[in-house]
Design a protein around this ligand. Structure first.
Ligand SMILES: Cc1cc2nc3c(=O)[nH]c(=O)nc-3n(C[C@H](O)[C@H](O)[C@H](O)COP(=O)(O)OP(=O)(O)OC[C@H]3O[C@@H](n4cnc5c(N)ncnc54)[C@H](O)[C@@H]3O)c2cc1C
Ligand SMILES: NC(=O)c1ccc[n+]([C@@H]2O[C@H](COP(=O)([O-])OP(=O)(O)OC[C@H]3O[C@@H](n4cnc5c(N)ncnc54)[C@H](O)[C@@H]3O)[C@@H](O)[C@H]2O)c1
Length: 474
């Protein structure tokens, strides 16, 4: 039966961004319709953050067992039951899934419609027989793997983030095309689970990250036996299923690498197709829907958030967008994606976390910007846990104001939050050096780095003069 709904808000896509908008609106009593064509929870829950971090956690256990002899515990080579590892991955998804389910959102008061949404015009969307004429729309349709045009690739089976978590057996030799976050996280996880792994990256590993921090990750991956081929172009894929030949070129040299499986992890493309964006008057390019810094599209009644908007493709960014846009729709609270420093983490071991400016970015804006470092090897907690790799780097202005923080080392994800707060509050190295932190703790690495700023100032001749003056008073 055709029906027309007229909610305040229609959200398209039930991933991290869309779910946040829908939950926020429903909890405040605004009528909201949420349309999802596939699985509730989107990419993060079903084929992204959750399965990847579950797999990484399993792989870490295998690695810890191999490393246990350093603690005086003899364990030997772990026996890996890959089917059970994958059950653990599915179990993690299934445990979290109820939070994102139709049942939960319906109970919150959201009208959830399963189907593909398409704009009929600037103020109406159709899903099957239903037309939704909402006051405001939020497009949160996410992204999907971007597949490079490489001769032979489409004729042979290959994996992407959408299929790798369905593997029934561990690959014998996993080729990974792309040394970005997906490629490196999966390369290390599969290596630890027993696969031979070769990464092919046409640039350098993690090209968007500080090279000094990436070096620490690179060394660890190499130590674990991962072959890292940087500056190479994959020119052709040959062979047959289970026995692929990757023909790659570096400069004028061609070489072939035999692998059993190939993971293509060369970035993502925004889901802008088949949405009727032209009918809606929403401008877009192949990079995504065009939005201003308030996340508004060229149609002022329509916002676009998360991966489809072409900004940083991260779950917490999609959620943050969703929260701001919901507040804007309900309370006219201004949206501003400009000023906030958003952390990002590569979940390799050691983890690489970044917030604010990298050293190179800061120097471009302020040639007097400086860096303060402290190694994990000089941190007592890291030493006791045999997790001595890596360091923190705080980037500060000439006057000591924090501009950015990079951490490569144990628990970098958990450590970076402090620096996100410090950046938001205009914090300084002196303030970071003054915090009292529990001993022993990894968080002390940042305090020690910040303290080097003060130590450098102790050489100032005025300090000696002031001390001599004060001595005269007893
Ligand atoms: C392997 C991997 C690991 C990742 N790990 C992390 C991580 O550790 N941390 C992190 O922050 N980020 C991570 N990400 C990125 C993260 O998954 C995404 O940034 C996030 O899911 C984006 O959320 P979104 O709401 O924009 O889109 P999505 O989660 O992709 O949701 C979009 C939804 O819209 C639906 N949809 C699309 N078109 C329509 C339509 N026409 N009608 C109805 N529904 C539609 C889709 O089916 C989908 O459910 C990872 C990504 C991958 C691939
Ligand atoms: N920890 C996290 O937060 C996390 C984890 C995974 C994914 N993600 C998000 O998912 C998105 C996708 O990740 P990704 O790693 O697929 O993409 P990416 O764009 O971040 O990295 C892709 C890498 O592949 C390389 N590349 C591209 N084409 C190539 C080719 N033809 N041959 C060889 N190398 C090639 C690029 O130089 C780049 O280093 C990212 O934007 C990221 O934000 C985040």
């Amino acid at each position: 039966m055709p029906e027309t709904l007229s909610p305040d808000v229609c959200v398209i896509g039930a991933g991290s961004g869309g779910l946040t908008v829908a939950a926020f609106c429903a909890m405040l009593g605004a009528p909201v319709v949420l349309v999802e064509k596939d699985r509730m929870g989107g990419d993060c829950l079903n084929a992204g953050c959750v399965p990847s971090k579950a797999l990484i956690a399993a792989a870490r256990r295998a690695h810890d067992i191999r490393q246990a002899s350093g603690f005086g515990i003899r364990a030997g080579e772990p026996a890996i039951d890959f089917a059970q590892v994958m059950r653990h991955v599915r179990d993690a998804i299934a445990t979290i899934a109820p939070n994102d389910s139709v049942a939960r959102f319906s109970a919150l008061g959201v009208k959830v419609i399963k189907g593909e949404a398409r704009f009929l015009g600037p103020g109406a969307v159709t899903v099957g027989d239903t037309t939704i004429a909402a006051r405001r729309f939020v497009i949160a349709t996410g992204s999907r793997p971007l597949l490079p045009d490489i001769p032979g690739l489409d004729a042979l089976p290959f994996l992407t983030s959408e299929t790798i978590f369905d593997l029934a057996a561990c690959p014998g030799h996993l080729g990974v095309l792309g040394g970005g976050p997906v490629g490196l996280e999966m390369a290390q996880a599969f290596r630890r689970l027993g696969a031979e792994v070769t990464v092919l990256e046409r640039d350098r590993l993690l090209p968007g990250e500080d090279p000094e921090m990436v070096d620490v990750v690179r060394r660890q991956l190499q130590d674990e036996g991962i072959a890292l081929l940087e500056g190479v172009e994959l020119t052709r894929v040959e062979g047959e299923p289970g026995a692929l030949r990757l023909i790659a070129r570096r400069g004028d040299d061609d070489g072939a690498i035999g692998v059993s499986h190939l993971l293509v992890a060369t970035g993502r493309r925004a889901n802008v197709e088949n949405l009727g964006l032209e009918a809606a008057g929403v401008a877009f390019t192949s990079a995504g829907i065009t939005v201003d810094k308030t996340l508004r599209t060229s149609n002022p009644r329509i916002h676009a958030i998360g991966d489809v908007g072409g900004g940083p493709q991260l779950t917490h960014v999609a959620g943050w967008h969703g929260q701001m846009v919901a507040q804007n729709i309900l309370f006219r609270r201004p949206v501003d994606t400009g000023g906030t420093a958003v952390p990002r983490v590569i979940y390799t071991d050691p983890e690489l976390a970044q917030v604010g400016l990298t050293e190179a970015e800061a120097r471009k804006l302020d040639p007097k910007a400086r860096s303060l470092r402290w190694p994990f090897a000089e941190n007592d907690r890291a030493v006791t846990a045999r997790r001595r790799q890596g360091h923190i780097k705080l980037v500060i202005s000439a006057k000591g104001r924090l501009l950015g923080a990079s951490i490569v080392g144990a628990e970098a994800t958990e450590l970076i939050g402090l620096y996100a707060l410090a950046l938001a509050k205009g914090g300084t190295a002196a303030e970071l050096a003054a915090i009292v932190l529990p001993y022993p703790g990894l968080s002390e690495v940042g305090k020690r780095a910040a303290s080097t700023y003060l130590q450098a100032r102790l050489g100032n001749p005025w300090i000696g003069r002031i001390m001599r003056l004060l001595r005269r008073f007893g």
